[in-house]
Every structure is written in C-alpha cells, then in structure tokens.
Design a protein around this ligand. Structure first.
Ligand SMILES: [Zn+2]
Length: 212
C-alpha cells in the first residue's frame, strides 16, 4: 500500500515539459524524456493538474545571445540579481516551446506561461525572478481551494526548485517527487536547490510513495 494517498483537492504541477528541455532541444536536460511516462502515471492519481510553460520573446534577457561576449551558463548581474545565461530556448510559438506531445494528461486544467516579460526571467510558476511580479498562480490555487502542491518536471535545480519554494512561501504544503524530475546541475546548482527546498520546508519523496 502506498505511503501517501493523494487527496481530492491536491494538485500536481508539471513544470516545463517542453521540447527545448528534452533531449534534442536547445537547453536539453539529460535524461529529461525518461520521466515522461512516470509523470503521466502520477498525473492519473490527481484530479487537478497544472502545467507550466516557459515562454520567452526572441530577445529575452536570459539568453546569452543578448549579452555581448557572454556564453551560455555564464552569469550576469541584472537589476534583480545574478542571472544565469542560457542558450536561446522556449521562444514564443517555436517548436521548442511546445509541451511534448508524449505528455498524456488530458485532464490538465491550466497551462501557465511564464517568462514572457523580456526583462525578467521566471523560473518559478508563482513569481518572476525580480521576486515581486506574481504570475497569478497563488490566486488560482487559492480561489479553487486546492490543497497540497506536488511538483514534478524540469529542471529540478531551476524551475522545479523555485516553483516548490515559492509555493511553500505562498503558504501551501509542498512535496517534490524526486524521481519525476531531472536537473541541469551547473556550478553545483542541484545540491544547492535541494538544500534550499529543505530549508523552505519542501518535502522530498519518490514516486513509489504514491504509486505502490
Ligand atoms: Zn527560460
């Protein structure tokens, strides 16, 4: 019997399962495609599923191509703090920005786009990287009276981690399903993200805790 039973008002947030983050994409997360069947399986246990979609204009400030002399994975100091620079990815209406067709969650109720402001990145589904601009997701979950938040997807150390931490900051109980995520791990970012999530009170489980 599974250790954890999903309640009727629990919600699964599936983060950024888009072609650019999958093998073959411009910012591919190693082994990212391996979690798709697991996420599909987990999603069947939830009555409520939200998908996030990284969604950038072609001249987005997080792209290394927008900073003279900078390469992907270097950092730059912006008004709101240190920004990791990325290869161009998830550009509006491009194939790479599409959510993978292998994701089989027809009952997903909301696709939340983030990162559409040119001058502000948004790893988190709840709040942009300036830590001031809300996406509206806190209000959506609250208005629908949804309960514990479970988070899966890509990438563990950026969009999954920030989404989980911001959900906790917004007052939700939050759990990350470890083996239904994959990380980028640049400059120790994966270990740092798990430490920050633990610090924020985010629980870390394995999918078998729900599925077995
Ligand atoms: Zn992005």
């Amino acid at each position: 019997m599974a250790a954890i039973t999903i309640a009727p008002n629990d919600v699964l947030i599936v983060v950024d399962m888009q072609y650019d983050f999958l093998p073959g994409g411009s910012l591919a997360v190693a082994d990212g495609d391996a979690i798709v069947p697991l996420i599909n399986n987990l999603a069947r246990r939830f009555s409520h599923v939200v998908l996030t979609q990284d969604w950038h204009p072609a001249d987005h400030i997080s792209f290394a191509s927008q900073h003279v002399g900078k390469a992907p994975f270097e950092t730059v100091e912006l008004d709101y703090g240190i920004q990791v620079l990325w290869p161009d990815h998830c550009v509006w209406s491009s194939h790479g920005a599409e959510i993978t067709a292998d994701l089989d969650i027809p009952h997903a109720q909301l696709v939340l786009r983030k990162g559409y402001n040119r001058a502000i990145d948004s790893y988190s589904g709840f709040q942009e990287a300036d830590r001031q601009t809300p996406t509206g997701l806190t209000g959506y979950l609250g208005e629908r009276d949804l309960g514990r938040v479970y988070v899966v997807g890509l990438a563990t150390d950026f969009c999954v981690g920030w989404t989980a931490i911001d959900a906790a900051a917004a007052g939700f109980d939050v759990t990350v399903i470890d083996d239904a995520t994959r990380g980028i791990d640049t400059a120790g970012s994966l270990a740092k993200a798990w430490a920050a999530m633990a610090e924020a009170g985010v629980e870390r489980i394995q999918s078998q805790d729900i599925l077995d």
